[in-house]
Write a protein that binds this ligand. Structure first.
Ligand code: ZN
Ligand code: ZN
Ligand code: ZN
Length: 376
């Protein structure tokens, strides 16, 4: 009897040791892929959707700004809960050489709506979604549908022109997949980026909805961190890459305008930064010497030449997506495609090097280029 108990214990110990070996091996060989690229001052990188102690975040803005600066971020966008959140709003400025902008995550009848670039209202925004949308708009702002498929879902319905929709949400992924990725959780203590990457699952439901909405009107896709804690690794997880017309100004008002302008026009792409650095990716259209930047609409008088640049030395696979359907797949660094049909064109890039990031999760998602035949 005693001997049998001992055998079971030894067996369990062996399993545990194997597991520790397996995890250590995977953590040790994990690396974030980086390209030796001369960084362009016209491409700036930031993180969108951060909570601070102004609402339910665990760290103060000062602490977060320090970490953002260490993570080499050009800007961060705070979205503290509030209606709107006045404290967060008045904390905007340059902190630790990071541009700190603050919108608010407003709880409305359809879910959570992120309001950005608005002038403070005298009272609260309405709890009714459509009313809040128009109030934000009337105060010069724009709004983004937050985490449409998290526990707090978005209820669809009335057609109004939201500026954006979150296509990946860090907080939702964490809450939803923490059990499924239990085996990788101890990595949080040693290499948290590894554990985080393991927690992402395919965003295809969000992407399908996004494509569906883009059939109605242009709406931009956001990788949203929705950080409440673990800021140091989290700030290295997801990035927005904005393409500016001129380098980011040192003057706060000008810089703020530059960032919001790029967001409003969809001149940005998203990346999962902890998997690989995406600086240098480009997607644009050209026809008769006229360039159509990402996020814009071009008239389809004659075929528009779409070009994709992915100058990365590690293995990746580029997908060109038209109205939600993949029409081109390539592993090249540079691609061009003659687009002759109207609709929404966007790009997904998958990392095919070894990575804790699932093979079905896009590492880069661009914003679309819209081609139209008629003047609507
Ligand atoms: Zn929260
Ligand atoms: Zn929320
Ligand atoms: Zn949030």
């Amino acid at each position: 009897m005693k001997l049998r108990k001992k055998k079971v214990l030894l067996f369990l110990l062996a399993i545990f040791l194997l597991y520790v070996l397996w995890l250590s091996f995977n953590i040790l060989r994990f690396k974030t892929y980086k390209a030796e690229i001369k960084e362009s001052p016209l491409e700036i990188e930031g993180v969108y959707h951060i909570h601070t102690t102004y609402s339910d975040g665990r760290k103060s803005l000062d602490e977060i700004a320090k970490l953002a600066s260490q993570a080499d971020l050009d800007f961060i966008v705070l979205t503290d809960h509030g209606n709107p959140n006045h404290e967060s709003y008045s904390s905007q400025g340059w902190k630790e050489e990071v541009l700190v902008l603050a919108g608010s995550e407003v709880s409305v009848s359809r879910g959570h709506l992120v309001a950005l670039d608005f002038e403070l209202p005298s009272g609260n925004f309405s709890p009714n979604t459509e009313d809040a949308f128009y109030e934000i708009k009337a105060r010069g702002g724009f709004s983004i549908i937050a985490h449409p498929y998290s526990k707090i879902q978005w209820s669809w319905g009335k057609f109004i022109e939201y500026s954006g929709i979150e296509i990946i949400n860090g907080d939702t992924a964490l809450k939803k997949n923490i059990l499924a990725s239990l085996a990788s959780l101890p990595a949080l203590l040693i290499k948290p980026e590894y554990a985080f990457l393991k927690m992402f699952d395919s965003p295809h439901r969000n992407l399908r909805k996004w494509d569906e909405l883009n059939n109605l009107y242009p709406i931009y896709g956001y990788f949203s961190l929705d950080a409440h804690l673990l800021y140091r690794p989290a700030l290295n997880l997801l990035r927005l890459h904005l393409l500016l017309q001129s380098p980011l100004s040192e003057d706060f008002d000008t810089a703020q305008h530059q960032v919001y302008e790029a967001l409003r026009k969809g001149r940005f792409f998203n990346s999962i930064h902890a998997a690989a650095h995406a600086h240098g990716f480009r997607f644009s259209g050209e026809e008769g010497g006229k360039t159509t930047p990402m996020g814009s609409t071009a008239m389809l008088d004659s075929p528009v030449s779409l070009s994709i640049e992915a100058p990365f030395p590690f293995a990746k696979e580029i997908h060109l997506v038209h109205n939600g359907k993949m029409i081109l797949r390539s592993t090249e660094d540079s691609i061009s495609y003659e687009a002759a049909h109207p609709g929404t064109y966007r790009v997904e890039v998958y990392l095919t090097e070894r990575s804790p990031l699932g093979k079905n999760i896009p590492w880069i998602i661009s914003n679309p280029i819209f081609l139209r035949e008629d003047e609507k």
